[in-house]
Design a protein around this ligand. Structure first.
Ligand code: PBG
Length: 354
């Protein structure tokens, strides 16, 4: 039994409530002031949790908006430097680079050219902002004329005799090594292979080590699902496959145990970070990897489709953008992510500093 004054009804009389003997168990005691809530908060979010993706294009003074990703642009190198400078000033320590080549071909020659767009961007960023951590996405899809993440088993380039395993694995690894080494030569701090081909981490590690880049870490897209949430990105990076899909190398969204197998292989092959992508529909996978590989920094990729959904709803006045973004991001941290790649990075950092 407990006596409380019936203030809600504007009634000064004392009321008797039966609490069935449970009145000592009141979790709300820790919630009734901002100071208390802050004191018992289990997860924190800070600008240095974020990795900010940048799409780099040829030209000068280019800021080309991406329709399905409001607030995200294809940037020429000079503009990418300014974008990275403002991110760094907000406390975001790192960027992840994607390149839009001048032209495409079946192998993707610009991907490993010394004067390729990403190589130019790395040099400019490191010269202007030596403290910035420059991470580079290593994949073929933005550079190949067919839009696939690897070389194709299609010598005639007519797509007529394709077998089920038409994305060649080990032949592609040779190209990925060249790309990684060329990024490292240009001054990249971390190499992030995103293609989901078998043996990628091992191949790139050996390639880097053989070229005196033993100290360059690999951030492995260890668990990357064949997801429809990459739709807007494929507009941003112009990397959609011209035919077929990526289901022979990216993971089936139905699988979580297989994610552990993928991550275990990457860790064994020498991955310094492991990643789960996308994030929101895969928080259980993030959590499993967090429990299984507590010693390896875990990255969540808050992908383009997740960004686009929030931006579209917010633009319609259907969601409070700031609150929803921070809730999504803290959810990824709570699931176990140490770092988050997100297009919201600058906005979120700004809100966190307010
Ligand atoms: C491949 C790559 C993709 C993304 C990052 N790296 C696209 C794909 O696999 O089709 C998607 C990122 C996003 O959606 O934000 N280079």
């Amino acid at each position: 039994m407990i006596h409380v004054s019936d203030k809600l009804n504007g009634n000064a009389q004392s009321t008797t409530i039966s609490t069935a003997g449970e009145f000592t168990k009141r979790p709300r005691r820790l919630r009734h002031s901002p100071a208390l809530r802050s004191m018992v908060r289990e997860t924190t979010l800070a600008p240095d949790d974020f990795i900010y993706p940048l799409f780099v294009a040829h030209g000068h003074n280019v800021r080309q908006p991406i329709a399905s990703m409001p607030g995200v642009y294809q940037l020429s190198v000079d503009q990418a430097v300014e974008e990275a400078r403002s991110a760094l000033a907000l406390g975001i320590p790192s960027v992840l680079l994607f390149g839009l080549p001048a032209s495409k071909d079946p192998v993707g020659e610009e991907n490993f050219a010394d004067d390729g767009i990403v190589q130019q961007a790395i040099r400019a960023l490191k010269a202007a902002l030596p403290d910035l951590i420059v991470i580079t996405d290593v994949c073929l899809c933005e550079y190949t004329s067919h839009g696939h993440c690897g070389l194709l088993n299609d010598p005639e380039h007519n797509h007529e005799h394709l077998t089920a395993d038409y994305v060649l694995n080990d032949e592609t690894l040779e190209v990925l090594i060249q790309v990684a080494v060329s990024h490292a030569n240009a001054g990249a701090d971390i190499i992030a292979p995103s293609g989901m081909l078998d043996g990628t981490v091992c191949a790139i590690r050996q390639g880097l080590d053989a070229h005196d880049f033993a100290l360059i870490p690999i951030m492995a897209y260890a668990v990357k699902y064949a997801s429809a949430f990459y739709g807007p990105f494929r507009e941003a990076a112009d990397g959609a496959p011209k035919f077929g899909d990526r289901r022979t190398h990216q993971m089936d969204p139905a699988n979580a145990r297989e994610a552990i197998r993928e991550a275990a292989l990457d860790v064994e092959e020498g991955a310094d970070f492991i990643m789960v992508k996308p994030a929101l529909a895969y928080l259980d996978v993030i959590h499993r990897l967090h429990l299984r590989f507590p010693e390896t920094p875990l990255v969540a990729y808050n992908v383009s489709g997740e960004y686009a959904m929030v931006k579209a709803a917010a633009a319609n006045g259907w969601l409070d953008e700031q609150k929803v973004v921070l809730e999504n991001l803290i959810g990824m941290k709570r699931a176990g992510a140490d770092l988050i790649i997100t297009y919201h990075a600058k906005d979120a950092a700004t809100w966190l500093r307010e």
